[in-house]
Design a protein around this ligand. Structure first.
Ligand SMILES: NC(=O)C1=CN([C@@H]2O[C@H](COP(=O)(O)OP(=O)(O)OC[C@H]3O[C@@H](n4cnc5c(N)ncnc54)[C@H](OP(=O)(O)O)[C@@H]3O)[C@@H](O)[C@H]2O)C=CC1
Ligand SMILES: O=C(O)[C@H](O)COP(=O)(O)O
Length: 484
């Protein structure tokens, strides 16, 4: 199927309900990772335009916070409907911009509409609480506390490239339904997809200024946004180095950071190896492993390692590799720099004695799914996050060794444990220094109402619909002093 490359239009940024060209007169070329052609240009906005966006957000937020939940709900439902109406157009853009297959891109848009609707429903059923004074020694029963959640103000939403619509809306929806305004800074490679998402929001006729999309390289306007006094909360998803830098600059405001990962797939001696292999492959190689929750190392009991590696090899070699237009599982990585990084990890492992079971083949920024066996702790790939289709197998001789190596990682996003012994599964899960543990399943964020948590180098705070709404609000206490 040949895709008509978008005629490389220049997109405007969205401020105060209007699409605008930046006063900077500068734009950023967005090149498709697999078409290797420029598919569009986005505005590189100025600091003055950032100031204007934040100022207009504050104005809009005051009024928005006074609207009823039901009124806010009606806008978000309309946004979800507009996304579904635009799903083919948006999916095509996601595919061209980040190289995700059309099927996965469409799923991302539908998942986003579902996310928005569920967020509304969750918010409509989150109620405050009340307390009576006399439950504390000396307290009076005529003192009644009414505790409710109130919005924080203006939320800065910064998502990564790999889910340019879903991970953006996963920040915007909870922020908006709780009465906040949003400054949305998309990943540069993902900006056009983000703009398309905002086009759907514009069609839902949200109040002007409530959501402003500020396009520009994070390395240029990122610090200015993060340090801006007009930002009341930051929800960031991206690399650990970027997240740590952001946290140091943000100052005294609430932060939620979802960062990198090095999720282990722990395979015990008693595991169903066929099922484990199927979950590991899906977890490690879908969208070329460009998922924070991808399985990024296999810790397998030495007694079953040869058998598991054999199954993995056979199944990996069946994976479709190539263009996202053909629905390939393994597609070109987001850019050449990322492909160079992954290749560097593979080369380092080979130099230090790892065995290439399959893969280690490259065509520009397309890296073939690579399985490395006999990986040892002195190899970079044992610890670093490839964010690409390279999977190391580390052989262990006990649960204790697997736990030790798993927890030695700087990351702590998720872990998978494959075993038939549910008691052992929980025993290992209880020792995992991660946000979540999957038992007999691949590591993944969904379903989206589950808490989604990164600890250590994988983040701070929690997402998942309910947790995200909580993180973008604070409690407020009103005390009633009744007269007897
Ligand atoms: N835990 C999770 O849920 C996820 C984690 N990730 C992690 O993100 C990485 C890959 O995604 P990627 O997009 O490349 O991550 P990056 O950290 O490079 O970028 C993430 C976002 O931060 C922006 N940014 C860059 N510099 C700054 C700055 N100084 N201040 C504020 N924002 C900035 C980027 O904008 P720009 O594009 O303009 O640089 C982008 O919007 C991997 O490490 C992956 O593990 C990815 C997805 C989900
Ligand atoms: O940030 C990511 O990469 C996503 O949170 C992963 O989501 P998924 O597990 O649903 O692919």
């Amino acid at each position: 199927m040949t895709t008509n490359v978008l005629i490389s239009p220049t997109y405007e940024f969205y401020l105060n309900g209007e699409w605008k060209e930046s006063q900077s007169g500068q734009t950023i070329d967005i090149k498709s990772p697999y078409l290797h052609e420029i598919i569009g240009k986005v505005q590189a906005i100025t600091k003055e335009e950032v100031d204007e966006a934040i100022c207009s957000a504050h104005k809009a937020q005051k009024k928005w916070a006074e609207t009823s939940l039901q009124q806010r709900a009606s806008y978000l439902y309309k946004w979800a409907d507009e996304l579904v109406n635009m799903q083919d157009e948006i999916a095509e853009v996601i595919m061209q911009e980040v190289g995700k297959s059309l099927k996965d891109s469409k799923n991302e848009v539908v998942r986003t509409a579902d996310f928005i609707r569920y967020t509304v429903e969750e918010a409509l059923h989150m109620h405050g609480e009340s307390m009576k004074g006399d439950s504390f020694p000396g307290g009076s029963k005529s003192k009644v506390a009414i505790i409710e959640r109130v919005p924080l103000g203006v939320v800065l939403a910064i998502p990564p490239f790999n889910y340019p619509v879903n991970l953006a809306a996963a920040k915007l929806a909870p922020a908006l339904i709780s009465g906040n305004a949003v400054i949305f800074k998309p990943a540069t490679q993902g900006s056009i997809s983000g703009i398309k998402m905002i086009e759907a929001l514009h069609k839902a006729e949200f109040p002007k200024g409530l959501v402003n999309i500020v396009t520009g390289r994070g390395s240029v306007i990122g610090d200015y946004l993060v340090e801006h006094k007009g930002i009341d909360m930051i929800s960031f998803t991206g690399g650990t180095n970027t997240g740590v830098r952001l946290a140091k600059k943000a100052g005294m405001i609430p932060l939620v950071l979802e960062l990198g990962g090095k999720d282990p797939g722990i395979v015990r001696e008693d595991a169903d190896l066929e099922k484990a292999a199927q979950q590991i492959i899906s977890g490690a190689f879908s969208y070329s492993g460009q998922r924070c929750t991808a399985i990024k190392r296999v810790l397998v009991h030495v007694n079953v390692a040869d058998e598991l590696v054999g199954i993995l090899k056979e199944e990996i070699e069946k994976l479709s590799v190539g263009s996202p237009e053909e629905g390939s599982t393994v597609v070109p990585l987001i850019d050449d720099q990322s492909a160079d990084f992954v290749q560097g990890l593979i080369d380092d492992a080979i130099e230090k004695g790892a065995t290439v079971v399959t893969g280690n083949k490259r065509d520009r920024n397309l890296i073939y799914p690579t399985l490395l066996d006999q990986v040892t702790e002195d190899m970079r790939i044992a610890w670093e996050e490839p964010f690409g289709p390279a999977l190391p197998v580390i052989r262990v001789s006990s649960d204790e060794e697997a736990i030790k190596i798993a927890n030695k990682s700087e990351f702590g996003l998720q872990a998978s444990v494959f075993t038939k012994d549910i008691n052992k599964a929980f025993s290992i899960a209880n020792k995992m220094e991660t946000g979540s543990v999957q038992i007999n399943g691949r590591t993944e964020r969904g379903p989206d109402h589950f808490p989604f948590i990164g600890v250590k180098g994988s983040g701070m705070g929690a997402q998942g619909i309910h947790k995200s709404i909580e993180s973008m609000t604070r409690e407020k206490v009103t005390v009633l002093n009744l007269t007897d």
